[in-house]
Design a protein around this ligand. Structure first.
Ligand SMILES: NC(=O)c1ccc[n+]([C@@H]2O[C@H](COP(=O)([O-])OP(=O)(O)OC[C@H]3O[C@@H](n4cnc5c(N)ncnc54)[C@H](O)[C@@H]3O)[C@@H](O)[C@H]2O)c1
Length: 270
């Protein structure tokens, strides 16, 4: 039996937004699998905390302050990672902002600011870290999008359009770089409890109401997303390329259950 079933031991992995809820869980899961992790975030305090948690568990992580909307900042982080660990084998594009807003009055500056992080940031990180993968013969890029990429929601500002862009960017990378050994896939989370969404859950009853509309009957935790990201990062998914895995407890498959069907409800039965 191998103790490296995921094939990630010693692999260099870069995770953006690694100071946040899902990003931190991804960093910890990769480190647990034996990977060496370059952690990027613009929040230096949260970044340091993630690196501390990895070290506490005996793993290896390098905290790299970085703004993913700034190509110079990413290039500097990528160089530090390369100098410290060698070429990157896995990139997880996870950093993003949530800024709701009505389309009628959404300012262009707001629209551009969100896309600069959520969409252009994924492009820039893929290009800059992808260079290391292409030069070293391969790698795996995993983007964290959202169910918002395929389900429209009123007042979501540039968020949904940006996430839909990420899904297509991933497919483009898959077909363009697949022949060079670089795979690209997307994980689309549903409702996950993280700092990004904590204000929703601070309202009494929202946790239960949200859980009730999910077939798994609970909202998700960052670890639910991290496990899927790790699978796509690993050679265990070596023939999966250009795909989107939706991790939402079945929420998006529940449309039919909204249709009233008198006589077909089965109260108390499943
Ligand atoms: N929480 C949810 O319910 C949910 C649902 C669907 C998708 N997602 C997606 O999951 C990903 C992670 O979200 P989360 O819930 O963990 O959010 P989070 O706010 O906890 O973490 C996001 C991290 O990204 C960092 N970040 C933001 N802008 C940055 C920038 N310009 N440069 C570098 N770092 C930056 C933040 O500092 C933060 O640490 C995001 O892509 C988000 O859109 C989350």
């Amino acid at each position: 039996m191998t103790d490296d079933w995921l094939g990630l031991k010693g692999k260099v992995c870069a995770v953006t937004g690694g100071g946040g809820g899902i990003g931190r869980a991804v960093v910890l899961a990769l480190a647990e699998a034996g990977a060496t992790v370059a952690v990027l975030d613009r929040d230096e305090a949260q970044l340091a905390e993630t690196a501390r948690l990895v070290a506490e568990r005996g793993g290896t992580a390098l905290a790299l302050p970085c703004d993913v909307s700034d190509p110079d900042s990413i290039a500097a982080a990528a160089k530090r990672s390369l100098d410290a660990f060698g070429p990157c084998a896995v990139l997880v594009n996870n950093a993003a902002l949530l800024r709701p807003g009505p389309l009628r009055s959404l300012a262009l500056a707001e629209w551009n600011a969100l896309l600069a992080v959520n969409l252009t940031g994924c492009f820039l990180c893929s290009q800059i870290f992808g260079e290391q993968m292409l030069d070293s013969g391969g790698g795996s890029i995993v983007h964290v999008a959202s169910i918002a990429a395929s389900h429209a929601q009123a007042f979501s500002g540039a968020y949904s359009a940006g996430k839909a862009g990420v899904v297509m960017l991933s497919r483009q990378l898959a077909v363009e770089w697949g022949p060079s050994g670089v795979r690209s896939n997307t994980v689309s989370p549903g409702m996950i409890v993280t700092p990004l969404s904590k204000d929703f859950y601070a309202v009494p009853g929202v946790l239960e109401q949200r859980g009730a509309v999910v077939p798994c009957r609970r909202v998700g935790q960052p670890e639910d997303i991290a496990d899927t990201v790790v699978f796509l990062a690993s050679p265990r998914s070596g023939y999966v390329n250009g795909e989107e895995i939706i991790v939402d407890g079945g929420f998006g498959r529940g449309l039919m259950s909204l249709i009233p069907r008198p006589g077909y409800e089965r109260p108390g039965q499943s």
